[in-house]
Design a protein around this ligand. Structure first.
Ligand SMILES: Cc1cc2nc3c(=O)[nH]c(=O)nc-3n(C[C@H](O)[C@H](O)[C@H](O)COP(=O)(O)O)c2cc1C
Length: 472
């Protein structure tokens, strides 16, 4: 390891214009400062001058904001004003959208994933160090490629193997203060893999990977500065690294799956769909607010339904006499049914006790009914039957939305078919309209115990019916 690292600022780089040759200007700047470049020097170049040399400048007046840009502007403006930070114009927001793969957050700041794959504020668009009040500088389209071009050109001019890092500064999610960051590299790997090395006490390092290009970018920023220091190029000498022609920054960008802070909506939904379980254990004493249930019912309205009939009706049953009376009467009916089936007393008691306890102890019990008055009427029985099935399918879709909405609120639930088997009792005790058919109960509450093991799921091949397997 080398002991001394020198950071030398090149002070003679002129204002950059479109088409300027950065490698050439670096060599001339070195000459003026009496610096001769050496093998394994690292040259760190501020992104702004690359942007200018590429002509990646836009004029805000020439940008026509879209509806989306206005919408984001309207959301961000009051939040930015509250935080006393400059409000971004719809034109600037449009430029940010245009430079981004995805807009990730719109609060007082706008965080996006840029087309280059960086996650940063404002798609890295800069107004500072760009001439003119309405001009903005865009990130180079391919910073790795620009670094490579400069490295190769420098080699042709000096015959020296030099590492190139194009730098910028990004704010950080967990701390105030922007720090140097490498946007593109060539000749030097963005990371230094220390795995397998030994620490001070001889222990083998198992997971240490140093972000060396970002560290070097920070070091360069000490003299590059963010304001009017006017040192856009820094030579870093004495840092020990392996020269690597193939290095690029894209290789270290975390993809959405391995970035745990960037849980995509799709991943969240995926997780929730798998995590929802029919909860049949004890509920905790935590009160379930009626407005939370209403919030979930509100979401359940967004389920698809045949002819958009929305034939679902939710009844919230809190603990109390009516509910107890209902549950007991339903259980008597269940007992009669099971006795008629010839079931043994032991079996009957177990079955009844189980569901009765579940229902009685449920902090909230929801009854889902099908309102047949929402179903279309036909002149023949077959179509009426089909319409009834559509009604059942539709309320099932809503019930699924409801269960997922509950899950999202941290509530647990289980779907029970009992009301279907004692429809008249339910209707009678609750005084439901004639057109209602009680279909399901949902026990709802906060969980007391931990995880429930996921029950078996059929394999994909079992549920995708392959037409090739049909009998001839
Ligand atoms: C239409 C329907 C009726 C159900 N009825 C009952 C029931 O009466 N009693 C019960 O314990 N579970 C009932 N369940 C829950 C299922 O047993 C449960 O969804 C299934 O075992 C899969 O478990 P999971 O929901 O945790 O994935 C019902 C589920 C559905 C969709």
């Amino acid at each position: 390891m080398s002991e001394d690292v020198k950071i030398i600022g090149l002070k003679n780089i002129p204002f950059i214009k479109k088409g300027d040759n950065i490698a050439q200007l670096i060599v001339e700047g070195c000459k003026k400062q009496n610096i001769s470049l050496k093998d394994k020097d690292i040259i760190l170049i501020a992104q702004t001058i690359i942007t200018k040399s590429l002509g990646r400048i836009k004029h805000l007046e020439n940008i026509k904001p879209s509806q989306k840009a206005f919408k984001i502007h309207n959301k961000v403006k009051p939040l930015a004003e509250q935080k006393k930070i400059p409000v971004k114009s719809p034109e600037l927001i449009q430029a940010i959208i245009d430079e981004s793969k995805k807009v990730l957050k719109t609060e007082h700041v706008i965080i996006t994933e840029t087309k280059q794959g960086f996650i940063c504020a404002n798609a890295g668009i800069d107004k500072s160090n760009i001439e003119g009040t309405s001009n903005i500088g865009l990130l180079p389209k391919n910073p790795d490629l620009e670094a490579k071009k400069i490295r190769e050109h420098l080699y042709s001019l000096t015959n020296k193997r030099i590492g190139i890092i194009i730098t910028d500064s990004f704010g950080r999610p967990f701390r105030n203060g922007a720090v140097g960051v490498a946007l593109g590299v060539s000749g030097i790997s963005p990371i230094k893999d220390k795995r397998g090395d030994q620490d001070l006490f001889g222990k083998t390092l198992e997971s240490t990977i140093i972000g060396q290009a970002d560290n070097l970018a920070c070091a360069a920023q000490l003299i590059m500065g963010e304001a009017n220091e006017g040192i856009p190029v820094v030579i870093l000498r004495g840092y020990n690294y392996k020269f690597n022609k193939k290095a690029n920054i894209s290789s270290i960008l975390r993809n959405a799956e391995s970035d745990i802070f960037r849980e995509e909506t799709a991943q969240k939904i995926d997780k929730m769909l798998r995590a929802r379980r029919s909860y049949k254990l004890n509920f905790s004493n935590q009160d379930v607010k009626e407005e939370t249930i209403e919030k979930c019912v509100k979401l359940a309205r967004w389920a698809p339904s045949a002819h958009n009939s929305q034939p679902w009706r939710y009844t919230i049953l809190k603990k109390g006499l009516i509910r107890n009376n209902l549950i007991n009467s339903m259980n008597e009916k269940l007992r009669t049914d099971l006795e008629n089936d010839g079931r043994a007393e032991d079996y009957i008691r177990k079955k009844i006790d189980k569901t009765r306890t579940q229902f009685l102890n449920s902090p909230i019990l929801i009854l889902l009914s099908l309102d047949t008055s929402d179903l279309e009427k036909y002149t023949d029985e077959v179509r009426n039957q089909n319409e009834f099935i559509l009604g059942v399918q539709s309320i099932s879709a809503s019930a699924t939305y409801f269960l997922l909405a509950l899950e999202n609120e941290g509530l647990k639930a289980c779907w029970y078919c009992a009301p279907l088997f004692s429809r008249d009792i339910v209707k009678d005790i609750l005084g439901l309209p004639d057109s209602f058919i009680p279909m399901a109960f949902f026990t709802v509450g906060y969980p007391e115990k931990g995880e429930i093991k996921a029950p078996y799921r059929k394999k994909l091949q079992e549920i995708i019916f392959d037409l090739k397997k049909r009998k001839a």
